[in-house]
Ligand binder design. Structure first.
Ligand SMILES: Nc1ncnc2c1ncn2[C@@H]1O[C@H](COP(=O)(O)OP(=O)(O)OP(=O)(O)O)[C@@H](O)[C@H]1O
Length: 524
């Protein structure tokens, strides 16, 4: 292992003029950057700036159209993830690819080539997890693990291949503040061993905290490089988006007092052995109010979203009331017709069909609620012009950046697709909005725009539920906050009287009345 003080030595990785073109769009336009040994290097940029495209070229998933990758002084061509790993480049993806019914060791074994003998995997995984402060039981079933623990499996299986460069894509978006602190300790240790890290994140506070250098991309080009520790969150955001990022202003609840979202003893059995059951959930949201539901992923958030949206119905009609009607037994289309909008967490395959154009995705979500506008004549034929007008309106309002006029959803960057899906709902005249993770993977400028739009919707008299793991977001936009843990929801409390520490406690499963922080929650 190399020592940490060789940051000034020859770069581990140097990119010269790396370019990737999709049709007429230069997703990466002559990108040059260097990563030194023992450096945590942030890759920043607004949605669609080209970050994922760049790292896909580094990990052998996409072939560059021009430019050069120089690894330890030698030009290389990386034509597969296998080739990347062989060189010493590892990647921890944002979305985990784990089999829930298998153990930690079995999952690790599946992803490795023959370099680690199968009989040694559990033992080596245990040693690595202990050495790097990533507690993990190789014999545990993945289904029983928290999201943070699942991420540790991904990190450990990357480390098993002894990489010199580790690419991390939005690693903290699924972690509690305490788990994120632990991850930062692991990253410090990796850095101290001379390993380098390429760190993609929209969370600028953590970039300031742990990164040595940052390269900023905009429209596929490098537009700046800096030492993030010398910057403020605002100056980093400005570099990314090319202008100031507006603060969201929430204001007092200006509604008329009507209850628009209500659940009464909402209980649902777990749908699969790995799902969470909902237990006696009582939730009340008034007109003009934003209620945030915080919690660590996998504690019943998607089950609650499904029950509120009507993707899963309940046996009691009054278990869910929306817009003043008992809707527990009604499906999603009937609920949409009552003026309710829903944005699920998963964009591909749930919020949008990846292989369909944006305009077709518009029809899929709004064919019933906008039947008068979208369908014409006695035969109910699709009015393409009207659909396109609505699609274009959303693209404009949310500043959706795309290549081509009406691309497939799969051709949008993650953040831009999220903007489109949010905009498709916000463009309707809603009285109720239920949204799960509204700004996951969305850049600072777009996140502020989405949050302001949610707040403005509430100001217009709608009731909003925002399910979010992002505590900054929760505090920025909510009037009240409740926490979900193991399928139970705490009573909502006014945001202005809650502390982060108390929320972290509730997220970790402490009883609502607890006012001391248990040791686990302190772990740093
Ligand atoms: N397969 C593809 N076909 C066509 N265009 C694509 C494809 N993949 C990406 N793009 C386009 O390339 C540009 C860069 O996308 P990329 O995913 O690299 O951005 P990003 O910086 O990672 O954004 P985000 O923060 O939203 O993930 C975007 O305009 C996107 O629409």
């Amino acid at each position: 292992m190399q020592a940490s003080d060789n940051r000034s030595s020859a770069p581990l990785l140097a990119l010269a003029g790396l370019t990737k073109i999709f049709g007429t769009l230069k997703a990466c336009d002559a990108i040059s950057l260097e990563i030194a040994p023992g450096e945590i290097h942030a890759l920043l940029g607004e949605n669609g700036a080209g970050k994922s495209t760049l790292v896909k070229m580094l990990f052998g998933v996409l072939a560059p159209d021009a430019g050069q990758i120089v690894w330890k002084g030698e030009p290389v061509s990386i034509n597969s993830p296998f080739a990347a790993r062989h060189l010493g480049i590892g990647m921890v993806f944002q979305h985990f690819s784990l089999f829930e019914a298998l153990t930690v060791a079995e999952n690790i074994a599946l992803s490795l080539d023959d370099s680690v003998p199968i009989g040694q995997i559990a033992e080596r995984a245990r040693a690595l997890s202990e050495g790097y402060g990533l507690p993990l039981d190789p014999d545990a079933l993945v289904a029983d693990l928290s999201v943070g623990e699942r991420q540790r499996i991904e990190i450990v299986r990357t480390l098993l291949q002894d990489p010199q460069l580790i690419i991390l894509d939005e690693p903290t978006s699924v972690l509690t503040p305490q788990e994120a602190d632990r991850l930062f300790e692991t990253l410090e240790k990796l850095r101290s061993e001379g390993r380098s890290i390429l760190y993609i994140s929209h969370r600028l506070e953590e970039v300031r905290r742990i990164c040595d250098r940052a390269t900023v991309l905009r429209h596929g080009k490098v537009v700046g490089a800096c030492d993030p520790r010398q910057e403020t969150v605002a100056s980093l955001a400005r570099m990314m988006v090319g202008g100031d990022v507006a603060d969201v202003t929430i204001g007092a609840n200006a509604g008329d007092g009507r209850v628009l979202i209500e659940t009464r003893r909402l209980s649902l059995p777990a749908r699969t052995p790995f799902a969470v059951s909902l237990k006696d959930i009582d939730l009340t949201v008034h007109s003009g109010e934003v209620v945030a539901i915080a919690g660590v992923a996998g504690n019943g958030q998607s089950e609650l979203f499904d029950a509120l949206s009507g993707e899963v119905t309940t046996s009691r009609a009054d278990a869910v009331r929306l817009s003043g009607q008992d809707v527990g037994r009604k499906g999603i289309t009937e609920r949409r017709l009552l003026g309710c909008g829903f944005v699920p967490e998963e964009r591909h395959g749930h919020g949008a069909v990846s292989q369909m154009k944006l305009s077709d995705n518009m029809v899929l979500a709004r064919h019933a609620s906008d039947a008068k506008t979208f369908l014409g004549g006695g035969l109910g034929l699709l009015k393409r012009d009207a659909v396109w007008a609505a699609t274009e309106r959303v693209i404009k309002a949310m500043d959706v950046r795309k290549s081509g006029v009406d691309p497939h959803a799969s051709a949008l960057s993650g953040g831009n697709l999220q903007k489109f899906i949010m905009g498709r709902e916000l463009d309707r005249n809603l009285s109720v909005l239920i949204v799960n993770q509204p700004t996951w993977g969305v850049d600072a400028g777009a996140a502020s725009r989405i949050r302001q739009a949610i707040v403005d919707l509430a100001k217009s008299g709608a009731a909003v539920v925002v399910i979010s793991q992002d505590l900054d977001e929760v505090f920025e936009i909510a009037h009240s906050i409740a926490v979900i843990h193991h399928g139970r929801l705490s009573a909502s409390e006014p945001a202005r009287t809650l502390t982060r520490e108390r929320i972290g406690l509730l997220m970790g499963g402490a009883a609502p009345e607890a006012d001391t922080v248990p040791e686990a929650a302190h772990a740093r």
